[in-house]
Design a binder for this molecule. Structure first.
Ligand code: 3PG
Ligand code: MG
Length: 399
């Protein structure tokens, strides 16, 4: 890879220089309290930020949070993230209440060597996500004015052609941070020459989100295990009734076609947990997939499915997992996700957990993160990498 790295930048010396770091601090927040419910993405950039602080750089961090519509929206403020980042770094993080305005300018100007600033949410500015090159470019000019060099450590956002990801590196000397490097190194192992058997587990709610990656993976993998909300569209494609479960009607034919072409590599659930309603306390039972009652909906895979998937995983030498098997946030429907996660940790395999939700599931279920080979910070980004797509953020670093 012809990408310069943080170590190259550190070797040049960064003491007293302003280094603009694009991070992905898009962490989940509690809907009621606004508290950060999983700080994994904040912890993931600490190696890069710590190295820059230690080297005496003036560190200017920028990130998006959620999907505000190009204007300030208090529920998406990065302020709580600044607080948590400061705790983890063990040093105050100077928070700018705008992204490229007066607060940002004075916060950056006042930074001493080895200090860290966090700018307010990039997506409070329409230029960040604009499809218009000139509008994005104008915003990128303003951002680039805060740095003498640029570090991309926002792996979770490298698949976005956004100003901070794609246009700023065209304006400043640029390098990949430690997290981006590690992510690319790990994912390239999966695409280049994975040790076999290579087993992929996919879950999550929508087939349409995963279609491209299923297409890309089918020729490469030995087994593809499908659970989560999207399994019901596949079950429907097999001619089964799925009650009121999640169903993407317009994807049924596509799923049937995938099943026909998969050469038996695709494994689907044989039993599921069905409930009366989408609620934590809903009455529920485990049924065979050919016995889903018409008025109930599937919210998890069943124990026999977990056993079958676990048997396949126990043979694997390489595993990639993206997407929960059920509604793991509700204890009654968490057993499938927990069972699969445990099977992955037990396998004598190199395992990669891809994605915000599955990574959050690992931590929410209290599983030991270190028993996985790698937990990616990127959901969409890791899937697009495996699809073989060009990632704008990586392409920008290569130039
Ligand atoms: C993510 O959560 O997947 C990344 O932070 C990217 O966010 P986005 O999907 O809103 O661009
Ligand atoms: Mg996402």
């Amino acid at each position: 890879m012809s990408i310069r790295t943080l170590d190259d930048l550190l070797a040049e010396g960064v003491s007293g220089r302003r280094v603009l770091v694009r991070a992905d601090l898009n962490v989940p927040l509690d809907k009621q309290t606004g508290a950060i419910t999983d700080d994994g993405r904040i912890r993931a950039v600490l190696p890069t930020l710590g190295a820059l602080v230690e080297a005496g750089a003036k560190v200017v961090v920028c990130s998006h949070l959620g999907r505000p519509k190009g204007a300030p929206d208090p529920q998406f403020s990065l302020r709580p993230v600044a607080g948590r980042l400061g705790e983890l770094l063990g040093a105050r993080v100077h928070f700018a209440t705008d992204t490229v305005g007066e607060s940002a300018r004075s916060t950056v100007a006042d930074l001493a060597d080895g200090q860290v600033a966090l700018l307010e949410n990039l997506r409070f500015n329409a230029g960040e996500t604009s499809k218009d090159e000139a509008e994005r470019g104008a915003f990128a000019d303003q951002l680039a004015a805060f740095g003498d060099a640029y570090v991309d450590d926002a792996f979770g956002a490298v698949h976005r052609k956004h100003a901070s990801v794609f246009d700023v590196p065209a304006r400043l000397p640029h390098v990949a941070g430690r997290l981006v490097l590690r992510e690319v190194e790990v994912l390239s192992k999966l695409t280049a020459d994975p040790e076999r058997p290579y087993v992929v587990v996919l879950g999550g709610s929508k087939v349409s989100d995963k279609l491209a990656v299923i297409e890309a993976l089918l020729p490469t993998v030995d087994r593809l295990l499908i659970g989560g909300g999207m399994c019901f569209t596949f079950l429907k494609a097999q001619g089964l009734e799925v009650g009121t479960s999640l169903l993407e009607k317009d994807m049924v034919d596509t799923c049937r076609n995938l099943l026909e072409r998969s050469g038996g590599k695709i494994m689907l659930p044989v039993d599921v947990v069905v409930a009366d309603a989408f609620a934590p306390d809903a009455a529920h039972d485990t049924v065979r997939v050919d016995g889903i009652p018409s008025h109930r909906l599937g919210l998890d895979v069943g124990p026999e499915t977990v056993a079958g998937f676990s048997a396949a995983l126990s043979q694997a030498k390489t595993i990639f997992w993206n997407g929960p098997m059920g509604v793991f946030e509700m204890p009654a429907f968490a057993a499938g996700t927990r069972g699969i996660a445990e099977a992955i940790t037990k396998a004598d395999a190199f395992s990669v957990v891809g994605g915000g939700d599955s990574a959050a599931a690992v931590r929410a279920l209290g599983l030991d993160e270190s028993s996985f080979g790698h937990i990616s910070t990127g959901g969409g980004a890791s899937l697009e990498y495996l699809e073989g797509k060009t990632l704008p953020g990586i392409a920008a670093l290569e130039n």
